[in-house]
Design a binder for this molecule. Sequence first.
Ligand SMILES: Nc1nc2c(ncn2[C@@H]2O[C@H](COP(=O)(O)OP(=O)(O)OP(=O)(O)O)[C@@H](O)[C@H]2O)c(=O)[nH]1
Ligand SMILES: [Mg+2]
Length: 295
Amino acid sequence: MAYKAGYIALVGKPNVGKSTLLNTIVGQKVSIVSDKPQTTRKKVVGIATTEDYQIAFIDTPGIHEPHTKLARAMVDQARASLDEVDLILYVADGSHHPGEIDQQIAKLIVSPHQKTPVLLCLNKMDLLKAENVERNVSAYTSMFGTEEYMMTTATRGHNVDRLVEMLVSHLPERAPIFEDDEFTNQTSRFMAAEFVREKILHATRQEIPHSVAVTVDTWEEEGNLTRIEATILVEKASQRAILIGKQGEFIKTIGTKARTEIEALIGTRVFLQLHIKVSEGWRQNPRILHELNYE
Ligand SMILES: Nc1nc2c(ncn2[C@@H]2O[C@H](COP(=O)(O)OP(=O)(O)OP(=O)(O)O)[C@@H](O)[C@H]2O)c(=O)[nH]1
Ligand SMILES: [Mg+2]
């Protein structure tokens, strides 16, 4: 059989499991995951290669109602991906009936101007009550105008292989686009910053997750040691105090957890130094968003 390859955009609401699905299929953590909505901020390319196919997935920020310049940039990133791909996989929380935002996204991707085929992944099947299966499946399939769907539990890898089979059957015959050992297009620097941000998302609640950005300022390789200095940007002095914690314990724990993952990623020992900077309203500041590459 001829080789199949192509780009697939993962689109959906925040927190439905797009990044979890991507990491499971690629077999590596290429996109950070948390229970906080709007975890993914920039589109991420994750590549899955086998002897029969290669899929370059574009993981996009969840589409929602944008209230800040950062959020608007995130929604634009997701929208812009639609034209660049061979297929769109709409990922939904299948345990919930579709709502207003699903309806709005459906209008966006099932319009006459939009020619890319749409397939459905109804995730979080583990949370789906048996009596709601038919009702939810028919609501999503009719809303997105497709009978091609798969129910999955991304966290347990359940049905993910069948989902991939469904996707591959719709891909064009094409030679591989990327090298077979490439699993992402992101730089190690960017992934390191994301790992730090993920540890902060996991350890904090309320407004902090949305107020945080991370930049890598220096990256020096000395033999088997990589020295990394990164800055955590927050919006208020009170958030800075929370992140530092009693006697600096909080930030220390974040650093240790992130360092372990960065070491696994780049394969050297890592010395990670974290700084915290208060920058009021950075999410509305075009200059800072530009510096963070969020536009
Ligand atoms: N119960 C259950 N939880 C899941 C499943 N898939 C993902 N999750 C959880 O849902 C939360 C959100 O997962 P993400 O992969 O970050 O979701 P996302 O769609 O990428 O979210 P954004 O980046 O914010 O748009 C995490 O806590 C995951 O562990 C699933 O199949 N079942
Ligand atoms: Mg995500």
